[in-house]
Every structure is written in structure tokens, then in C-alpha cells.
Design a protein around this ligand. Structure first.
Ligand code: APR
Ligand code: PHB
Length: 391
């Protein structure tokens, strides 16, 4: 059975759902294909700092109700280096703020609105394969409830994350991969306890990195970096709490409330970019085209800016404005991607102890933190990257 649509979106994570809603809101026909079940997608614990672009897209869709009610506006964050806490006053330095709101909640808001907004999402779509992406009549095949299906589309949007099929549908030799893997992972713990600080704290301690974050006034999210050889079973909750108390410093430690983890996992860190982000009628958005280490909280927000550009180009095309914006999508998206990749990489380099680092590298970290502490210009640079560069 062959179905037809204007844009076939692969992946119902934040990128795919945001794009689908934006297209539907402007009358562009689309179908979203998702390999997993809704519960599986919602079961993923991800970061939770939203830049203005992400908030603006939810506002534009009128899906920002819960975000407005439950999101926590933050005017600053902190860099800790042993005893010292350096506050980056993003409101004073940029006139903007970020909003702390779990990615899972944003995905839930987008999922909950699909029926009311007429967004068709086919979950448990297996064996998704892309065909003829180089021409102007691409199609997607997949299996649903044992039945082979085909969707013909004018464009395919690959929003299927780092491990999805879209990037791999671009012939070898067309694109270029840029990658850096990091020699540590982040062990994250989620607990229903109040945060130790009203703002985020990123800490560079001689024992390693720590991050104190939150989901609400009663739910905290913490991380410590661990060697890639570490196993979760080597980290009972008490050991995580003990390590956090040391790495975050005495002031924060005095305000840590311990409690049982409701989620605990270790994730590797990677910087990755695939260019170009468009090939023929296939546009890549979000993690399918790039990955950032979570240090800068850029992953979701980069997916949002990609989707902003892709939606603008696709809506323009179907409103008869031609294909110029489609042709320019990759360059436009990559210009912002590369700047966020640089920020995430540089903050990771500044706030982590790398196994191969020697005294000189540590001295560079100390000097850079001293410079940030003493220079409004340095803090402004960090602040404008953290709140999100212009779209
Ligand atoms: N067929 C259909 N769907 C697929 C396939 C496939 N073969 N492979 C992957 N998917 C789905 C995944 O199940 C997932 O729901 O694509 C979706 C991709 O979603 P994400 O990985 O969340 O990527 P994205 O929407 O770009 O959001 C980026 O997610 O990984 C975090 O840190 C990242 O915060 C950033 C955000
Ligand atoms: C989180 O709250 O999960 C979080 C916050 C900031 C980051 C990474 C993760 O940089």
C-alpha cells in the first residue's frame, strides 16, 4: 500500500515532533515514523536547559503552557574550581535567561498535542528505509504490524538521532564526518530531593567533574565524570553522593540533600558533525547530523535551531517561494552548529581533567578560570554562548 505526503519525518524525538507540529501548523502535510513506543521515547532521561529559540518555538505552537507553568527561568549559572565559585550572570551580561525544563517534558508536551493538532505519528515503525533521496520523488519503506508499507514524499526529514538510518542514506563520499570522543563518561543520577543550589554548578575538582542541576524545586539531577571503564554497579548511590559532595565543594556540599536515585546511568561524551546536512530531498535535523558533549546543554537547542531553519525552508517551498531556502539549509544550520560545537568542546576542555593532561594543561585551566573570574568580557562570551547565539 503506497501512501503520499509532502514531508516524511523519521524520528519522533524532540526534533521530529517539533518539525512535524511546525509544518502541520502551516498546512504542510507530513507523517512522522518512530521506531519505538511512546513510553520508550518518554523513558529517555535527557538534559533540561532550554535556550530562547526552543522556548520560542513552543510559544509559536501554543504548546508552552506547562513550560511556562513549570519551567524554571535561570538568570545565571556557576563554574566551581575547588573552593571558588564563579557566577556567570547571564541576565546582566546578555539581557536573556535560560529555562530549566526537562527534555522529556518538552517531548511529552509535543506528543500530547499530536491528536489535537492532526500530527500523524506512526510508532513502532520497523525497518525504516530511505529511497531515492537524491531525486525529487524520494520514498520511505517500513513495516508496521507485520505489513510492508511505503510513503512517497517530496522531502524526507531525518530526525532519527545519531544511530538512525537517515545520515547513512547519504552515499559514501558525499559527506564529511568530524568527530572527537572523550576519555570519560558522565554518570547521571536523578533523585526526588531539593537541589543543593538554586542555579546550576559546573565543577572542575582535582578528583574530576561534577554538575549540580535540577528538574524542579523537588527533583535534582547530578552528574560526575567517570572513566569509560566504570560500571554502574561500581557506583551505589552513597558513593555518588559522597563524590558529589567532594567535587562540588564545601559550600554546595553543605546543601546537598541525599536520597534514593530514581534513575542512574553512564553516558559517553562525543563531539560529532556530519556535513552537509542536506542531500537532494533529504534534510538532517538534530542528533542525526551532530552530537555535542552535554557540558554546554546544547543538544536539544541545536535540534531546535535546525528545525527552525528546516521548517522555514520547507514551508516556504510549499507556499510557492521556490527552493532557495532548501538549498541554503545546510550552510545556515551548520553555521550555528559549529559555533555550539566549539562552545561545548571548550567548556568540556575547561571543566574536566583529561587523563593525558599534565601540569601545563592544568595551569591553562586555572589561568582561564582566573581570566573568566576577572573579566566581564570573558564572562559575556560564555554567557552569550550559554543562552544561545542568534538564530
Ligand atoms: N526508524 C524510526 N525512528 C528511529 C530510527 C529508525 N530506524 N532510529 C532512531 N529513531 C528514533 C529514535 O527512537 C528517537 O525517538 O529517532 C528519534 C531520535 O530522537 P533523539 O535521539 O532524541 O534526537 P533528536 O530528536 O535530534 O533530539 C536531540 O536528544 O539525544 C538527545 O542530547 C540530544 O538533547 C538532544 C536531543
Ligand atoms: C541536566 O539538567 O540534565 C543538564 C543541565 C546542564 C547540562 C547538562 C545536563 O550542561
Amino acid at each position: 500500500m503506497t501512501e503520499k505526503t509532502q514531508v516524511c519525518i523519521i524520528g519522533a524525538g524532540p526534533a521530529g515532533l517539533l518539525l512535524g507540529h511546525l509544518l502541520r501548523a502551516e498546512g504542510v502535510e507530513c507523517v512522522v515514523l518512530e521506531r519505538q513506543t511512546p513510553d520508550y521515547v518518554l523513558g529517555r532521561i535527557r538534559a533540561g536547559v532550554l535556550e530562547q529559540i526552543t522556548v520560542s518555538l513552543m510559544e509559536r505552537l501554543g504548546l508552552d503552557g506547562r513550560l511556562k507553568a513549570e519551567g524554571l527561568p535561570h538568570d545565571g549559572f556557576n563554574l566551581a574550581d575547588g573552593e571558588r565559585l564563579i557566577r556567570i550572570d547571564i541576565a546582566d551580561l546578555t539581557g536573556q535567561h535560560v529555562v530549566v525544563y526537562g527534555q522529556t517534558e518538552l517531548t511529552r508536551d509535543l506528543m500530547d498535542a499530536r491528536e489535537e493538532r492532526g500530527l500523524e505519528v506512526i510508532y513502532e515503525a520497523a525497518d525504516v528505509a530511505l529511497h531515492d533521496v537524491e531525486g525529487d520523488a524520494p520514498y520511505v519503506t517500513f513495516t508496521k504490524d507485520g505489513a510492508q508499507r511505503r510513503i512517497d514524499a517530496r522531502f524526507i526529514a531525518g530526525c532519527d538521532g545519531f544511530h538512525g538510518p537517515s545520515r547513512r542514506a547519504i552515499p559514501a563520499g558525499v559527506g564529511m564526518e568530524y568527530e572527537r570522543e572523550y576519555p570519560f563518561g558522565w554518570l547521571g543520577i536523578l533523585a526526588d530531593v531539593p537541589p543543593c543550589n538554586h542555579e546550576l554548578i559546573y565543577a572542575n575538582h582535582e578528583r574530576g567533574f561534577a554538575l549540580a542541576s535540577m528538574r524542579s524545586a523537588t527533583r535534582s539531577r547530578y552528574y560526575v565524570d567517570v572513566p569509560l571503564t566504570e560500571k554502574l554497579e561500581d557506583w551505589p548511590d552513597e558513593r555518588v553522593w559522597d563524590e558529589l559532595a567532594i567535587r562540588l565543594g564545601p559550600e554546595a556540599a553543605a546543601h546537598i540533600t541525599r536520597g534514593p536515585s530514581i534513575e542512574k546511568s553512564i553516558a559517553p561524551l562525543r563531539s560529532f558533525v556530519f556535513a552537509p546536512m542536506r542531500h537532494g530531498s533529504l534534510l538532517l535535523c538534530g542528533d542525526s547530523a551532530h552530537i555535542v558533549p552535554p557540558t554546554g546543554a546544547k543538544g536539544l537547542n541545536l535540534a531546535a535551531s535546525d528545525v527552525h531553519y528546516a521548517a522555514e525552508a520547507l514551508i516556504g517551498f510549499f507556499k510557492g517561494k521556490g527552493g532557495e531556502a532548501i538549498a541554503g539549509y545546510s550552510d545556515k544550520a551548520l553555521a550555528r552548529v559549529w559555533k555550539s560545537e566549539r562552545f561545548s568542546w571548550s567548556l568540556t576542555k575547561l571543566m574536566h581533567r583529561f587523563p593525558d593532561d599534565g601540569p601545563f594543561e592544568r595551569a591553562m585551566q586555572v589561568a582561564e578560570l582566573d581570566y573568566i573570574a576577572s573579566s566581564r568580557a570573558a564572562r559575556t562570551s560564555i554567557a552569550e554562548n550559554y543562552v544561545g547565539l542568534p538564530v
